[in-house]
Design a protein around this ligand. Structure first.
Ligand code: DGL
Length: 266
């Protein structure tokens, strides 16, 4: 048993989709979340910058005595997972890419589309990891860089968002013969309903959800599950944007939580 909170972080509010899954599957687990809203999006930044920002956040979460860290961001997972694990050998650190890749391979998928940020797609990490496990799987990749800023600006439930989904995906879906699609960015589950509406034939794989399913097994196997406890979930952000506050309130209104601004020194 381990009642310490789990640390989650993302460039902004996308990682909240992983926390939603956690509350669903493991409601006694408590959360310290960090959204780097002042510096989002990460997906168009250089690998060195992404690694530097991620290092600051992990330092912060470790200082809060979390029992484990989930990098609830594909871009950081692609750029910094290995570096962060080397720096913190004593803190279990989970990325969001391995779990969804293992699920796709386990399900026997033969052709899969992958949508993600520019940085994640350029790293080719999804295709590489899928082919390491099963070289016969065909992969099709596409960067959708406008999705994250639109979600961060609160456009999720609008026609603009739907048109942007169609702008990126119409040709990609039409020209390639896949019926499974990996949402390779933790912001994308927030636009999944537009994707479902426009392309109902696609079966979606959600990186935010798969990491939590593997986490459950890990906590059980290592006797680290929390029991009911009084700790209040905490949501930290480097800029308390209206949308971050609104989303946190909306998604987690049934749970006790605190929201706070945290600034890193230069
Ligand atoms: N949620 C992040 C991801 O999963 C978005 C990165 C960004 O800020 O562009 O990749």
């Amino acid at each position: 048993m381990d009642n310490r909170p789990i640390g989650f972080f993302d460039s902004g509010l996308g990682g909240l989709t992983s926390v939603m899954e956690l509350h669903e599957i493991l409601p006694d687990e408590k959360v310290i979340y960090f959204g780097d809203t002042a510096r989002t999006p990460y997906g168009s930044k250089s690998p060195d910058t992404i690694r530097e920002f991620a290092g600051q956040i992990v330092d912060y979460l470790v200082s809060k005595d979390v029992k484990l860290i989930i990098i609830a961001c594909n871009t950081v997972t692609a750029m910094a997972l290995d570096t962060l694990r080397e720096k913190y050998p004593d803190v279990p650190i989970y990325g969001v890419i391995g779990p969804v890749v293992r699920k796709v391979v386990k399900d026997g998928v033969k052709k899969v589309g992958i949508i993600a940020t520019k940085a994640t797609i350029s790293s080719d990490v999804y295709s590489r990891k899928i082919k390491e496990l099963d070289p016969s799987i065909e992969t099709y990749s596409l960067a959708c860089p406008a999705f994250v800023p639109l979600v961060e600006e609160g456009f999720t439930d609008t026609e603009i968002m739907k048109m942007t989904v169609a702008y990126y995906l119409d040709d990609f879906v039409k020209d390639n013969d896949f019926d499974n699609l990996i949402l390779g960015c933790t912001h994308y589950p927030l636009v999944a309903k537009h994707i479902n509406e426009l392309y109902p034939q696609l079966n979606l794989y959600n990186s935010s959800a798969e990491v939590v399913r593997e986490l459950k097994d890990y906590l059980e196997e290592n006797d680290m599950l929390a029991e009911p406890n009084e700790f209040q979930d905490r949501y930290y952000a480097s800029d308390l944007s209206d949308n971050f506050i609104a989303m946190t309130d909306l998604l987690f209104k049934d749970r006790d939580s605190k929201i706070k601004l945290v600034k890193f020194e230069d």
